[in-house]
Design a protein around this ligand. Structure first.
Ligand code: IDP
Ligand code: MG
Length: 134
């Protein structure tokens, strides 16, 4: 067990649908701390960096348009085993397999428009926190 920090980003649909309070509340009720947070607009360059592993995918242009469609709410979330723990709270990438009670299971019906990002490993968390919070 170790206290970890993870990069969490509430995607543009979460803001457009006024789900920020609901999702932040779930993170807090779980017992994690939000240690930094900011609303920010992304540009194509930072999106390409963040999703470099998906640049060749046929859905990349849809993903880019989604992430440009409005501000995101970027957070550093801290807690015991918070990286995997937040992935569990979020639900899997495949929203059709996401269980009710998870954020994606409760709020997402589209493979791209899936409401929330969370780092998938300690290495990714370090890179992403640096990328978005310096
Ligand atoms: P993750 O967000 O669960 O870590 P990744 O594979 O890193 O999943 O994909 C990043 C984002 O790209 C997803 O959150 C989703 O918005 C989008 N995405 C991933 N796979 C697909 C797909 O098969 N079709 C459409 N969009 C996808
Ligand atoms: Mg990912």
């Amino acid at each position: 067990m170790a206290v970890e920090q993870t990069y969490i980003m509430l995607k543009p649909d979460a803001i457009q649908r006024q789900l920020l309070g609901e999702i932040i509340s779930r993170i807090e009720r779980k017992g994690y701390q939000i240690v930094q947070a900011k609303l920010m607009d992304l540009d194509s360059e930072i999106i390409a960096n963040h999703y470099a592993h998906l640049l060749e995918q046929n859905f990349y242009s849809k993903l880019e348009a989604y992430m440009l469609s409005g501000p995101v709410f970027a957070m550093i979330v801290e807690g015991e085993e918070a990286i995997q723990g937040m992935r569990t709270l979020m639900g899997p990438t495949n929203v059709f397999a996401a269980m009710p009670g998870t954020i994606r299971g409760d709020f997402a019906t589209d493979l791209t428009y899936n409401t929330i990002h969370g780092s998938d490993s300690p290495e990714a968390a370090e890179v992403e926190i640096k990328q978005f919070f310096g």
